[in-house]
Design a protein around this ligand. Structure first.
Ligand SMILES: O=C(O)CCC(=O)C(=O)O
Length: 297
């Protein structure tokens, strides 16, 4: 669904918002099926927690970096309504998709409580500007219900934190707990918040629960001091499946050279086409002035 203007205003004024029903039912169901390509289902996990010790090594043990083994998961990171919301929030179509993580948590595997913090600490080399320029928009797409029992993210509304200095980054346990709001919502919801907003992960408060979410973060392209991951780093075989299916715009979000960029010439067109069988090179070729049979005269 289109993220309402009022939700983006809430991010501006309060620092965060939960948008229920962001994903259509079929998008959610397809993404949920794809989760089991990567994780044990809750039934499988809770039938034998000791058989899955890897989830008990840290609170981040269930984090997997992009890309994933299913288009149904991958496509959510550049869902047209998410890109539209990021464009409207950041006031530019010139976006960079700078972080994607898929995160599974299982009750009892770890005590997931975190200290209160702001995400700029791991998303930026500097600090947020309080006038709102150069913002980063972070999001969680809920792939399972997140109730009070499911370890919801607890966020401090801006009115209670705007005078709290940016340094130090981490706070003592219990700090501002009385004003923190649990970001609860059904599967398919979208949580959006800013990297200057105080928040923390919380632990499950009931056994047998699991939480699955897809974290997708955008900033304006050219924010050279911001980021969290480098896309070419991992899984060339998964990129080779993904990129040919993407539109030019979707590739652009990852920083792929645009049509018309001086990177493109006869050599790069041919070699990129060879690296990514099935990719429609026409938009890049046409803008480079290279015809279908080879270099332009
Ligand atoms: O998982 C959550 O609810 C929040 C995680 C978080 O704030 C973080 O890892 O920075």
């Amino acid at each position: 669904m289109r993220v309402p203007d009022a939700a983006l205003d809430a991010v501006r004024q309060r620092g965060f918002v939960v948008v229920p029903g962001f994903l259509a039912a079929e998008e959610l169901a397809a993404a949920q099926r794809a989760l089991w390509l990567h994780y044990p289902s809750p039934d499988a996990y809770f039938a034998d927690p000791a058989g899955h010790p890897e989830y008990s090594t840290s609170g981040f043990a269930g984090v997997l970096e992009f890309p994933y083994r299913s288009w149904d998961l991958n496509r959510l990171t550049f869902h047209p309504d998410l890109v539209d919301a990021a464009e409207r929030y950041l006031s530019t179509p010139d976006l960079q998709l700078y972080k994607i993580e898929l995160w599974a948590k299982y009750a009892g595997a770890w005590k997931y409580d975190q200290p209160l913090h702001r995400d700029y600490g791991s998303h930026s080399l500097v600090v947020p500007r309080v006038d709102g320029r150069y913002q980063q928009l972070t999001s969680f797409i809920y792939l399972s219900d997140v109730s009070e029992a499911d370890g919801p993210t607890r966020l401090v509304p801006l009115e209670h934190s705007e005078r709290v200095p940016f340094t130090p980054l981490y706070f003592e346990p219990g700090a501002l707990d009385d004003v923190a709001v649990p970001a609860v919502g059904p599967a398919g919801s979208l949580l959006m918040y800013r990297t200057d907003i105080l928040h923390r992960a919380s632990n499950f408060s009931a056994p047998g629960r699991a939480r699955f979410s897809l974290l997708v973060d955008y900033q304006a392209r050219g924010t050279t001091w911001g980021g969290k991951m480098s896309w070419p780093k991992d899984s060339p075989e998964l990129w080779a499946e993904l990129l040919p299916r993407c539109t030019v715009r979707e590739r652009d979000l990852f920083g792929f050279p645009r049509p018309g960029h001086e990177y493109w010439n006869a050599q790069t067109l041919a070699d990129v086409a060879a690296r990514y069988p099935g990719m429609d090179m026409a938009p890049y070729r046409e803008s480079a002035g290279v015809d279908i049979d080879g270099p332009a005269a």
